[in-house]
Structure formats: structure tokens, C-alpha cells
Design a protein around this ligand. Sequence first.
Ligand SMILES: *Cc1c(COP(=O)(O)O)cnc(C)c1O
Length: 370
Amino acid sequence: MTIPHRAQLTIDLAAIAENYRRLQRMLGEGTRCGAAIKADCYGLGAAKIARVLAAAGCRDFFVATTSEGIAARAVLDSARIFVLMGPADDDRGAYAAHRLTAVLNTRDQIEEWLARDAAESALPVALHLDTGMTRLGIPLEEIESLLRERKNLQKLKVCHILSHLACSEETENPMNALQRDQFVLLSERLLPLWQPRPERSFSNSSGIYLGRSYHFDIVRPGAALYGLNPTPGHENPMENVVTLEARIQQVRTIDAGRTVGYGATHRFPGPTRVATLAAGYADGIFRSLSNRGAVYVSGHRAPIVGRVSMDLITIDVGHVPEHLTRPGSMVEILGPHQSPDDLALAADTNGYEVLTAFGRRYQRRYLPAP
Ligand SMILES: *Cc1c(COP(=O)(O)O)cnc(C)c1O
């Protein structure tokens, strides 16, 4: 027996592979394209997607946590897996056992790493320099004092130095060049401490579009691989990856003056028809889309009316031909008419949050990479 599904999330693996190749083509000879696959590949399914990226040529993967690294290693044989948050005192042994590359962000992490068993502390590691993001990474002031104790630093086997842009989607923001120049200055003082010289990475998706001087040895896109627009304000250069459809559960005819949903926040000014769709805020249809967002019924825009509830939303389909709105029909929430970035705009968030909020209730379908 097949279990009937009420809402379906389709993830196009061929589009992800194509996006990877597109980004790789933008890079010069000496630069490789890595991939950020943290948070389960932005909610889309790391186990499947990491394999596709590896087959497309990706050798450097970036996850957030040690457990994400362990999960990624189960599907990636030889690739490097960088753990961006770096080691914690409860994951001793995991880096050696799963061949993970720790990103060291603080003096404490460096000390804790050097205190580990030789099998682990001799593994290659990455150093994260904070050049202005002020989130993770070694702050400027501390880099100076670390450089004064270079003996300690040289006990580490540093293979990689990275930093992260704060404003990469804003091409005109002067912060970008300031961070890059700071990164060049600091990393050039550090690089000679190790043989072979560590490689460097700096750019996320949007950073790649700032130009070659932002590329260094490896780039670390996430969003663009999954179809989000790395160049806001310009046409999206990436292939769309995600389609999300929900089933019409119920349709009703409405008289003028009636209200809909919790709080009765929408009152219909005239007669219309309303369809109830099987997806709500538990499925990542943000409550902030109440009376704001829209979906597409066979290409017809249908506004969300009333509050988004946990499992359901209600849409006005008064102007949509009746035969397209029968119970059981599937309605596009994301797809050719509406990208995750579009939905994000209506919900007052970004495409990243749209993707990572999908939840576990959708029937997931993966279109294979060729
Ligand atoms: C998430 C992340 C990336 C990827 O960023 P996108 O904007 O999704 O391309 C790269 N580097 C670091 C350190 C990150 O945390």
C-alpha cells in the first residue's frame, strides 16, 4: 500500500550538480569549489546531496557540527570534511575515527586540540580568522598574541586558513574589501609557519560573485548550490532546485462579510471561494505569511487569506477556474512561479530560512542527477 501524501517536496539533484559546475566554471585555474552542506544541506538532505556534489567533483565539504561531520563521512569516502564549529570536549576521538578536519576558532579550542591524543592532535586542522563577522573565529587582537607564541601555533598541523564575509550579498558594501584585505594581511603572516603552506578559503556563494580577488584556493558556497540567488537584485544565475506542492483538502464558497482562520483576521469583502491546503507553519510555511503570501494554482496566483495555522493554510481562489481547485489537486507553494527567495521576501526572512524550515512531514522526492 502506498501512503497518500498531502504535501510533496521535490529536490532536483541534477540542478544541484549543474549549479556546482556553474560555480566551478567561474573560478580561475588554481581555485576549487567546495560545498557548505551544514544543517543537512540546508534542510534538503545531506546524505543524497553530498554524494551528488562529490560525483560532480567536489572534494572539500563544510559542516557545522561534529555529528554532521560523522554523518557526512558515512557517505563520503575520501573528501575532506571541515567542521566549522570545531572540536568540543565531548567529541574527543571523533576527528581521528571519522577523518574530520577541525576548524579551530579560539585559543581554547587550540589548547584543547593540542591536549588530545597524538593520533588526533596530529591531524591537519584549519584556522578561522575573524575579519569582521564577529561570530566564530580568532579575533584580530588574539592573532597578534598567537603570532608571538609561534612555537605553540607550529605544534598544530594547519592545512587551511579561512575567514567569512559579513555582507557579501551587498556588492557595494565597503566591508567586503576591508575584510578581504585584512584576511590577506593576516593570513600572509601566518602561512609561512607551516610546510606545505596552508590553503585559504574566504568566499561563500555571494562572495564568489565579488570577483577573483575573493576566491583564494577554495570557495565555500552553500545557498547558490541549492538554488538561492547569490546576486540579490539581479536575475538568479542558478537553477531552481526545490518544488513544493500541497494538496487542496477542502474548498468552500464564501459569502461577503465572512471571516477565515484563527483570530478572524481576514474578512471577505465580497463573495468568493476559499481552498484549504495541507501545509502550515509546522512545515515551514511561516506564520508571518498570514494575509501576506501567495501560492500558485496551475499558474494562477492565489493569496493566503487568514492566519497560517500549524497544518493548514487557506487561500482565496475566487478568480481561479473551478475545475483547477477540486480537492486533491496539488498547488504550487515553491516552483516555477515562486522561488524560495520570493517566498522569503513575503515572510520577511531569507531563502536560507525557508529551506531549513521545511520540517519532516513532507513526502520527499529526489529527481536523479544524470
Ligand atoms: C554557511 C557558511 C558558508 C556558506 O554560505 P552561503 O551563503 O550559503 O554560500 C560558507 N562559510 C561559512 C563559514 C558558513 O558558515
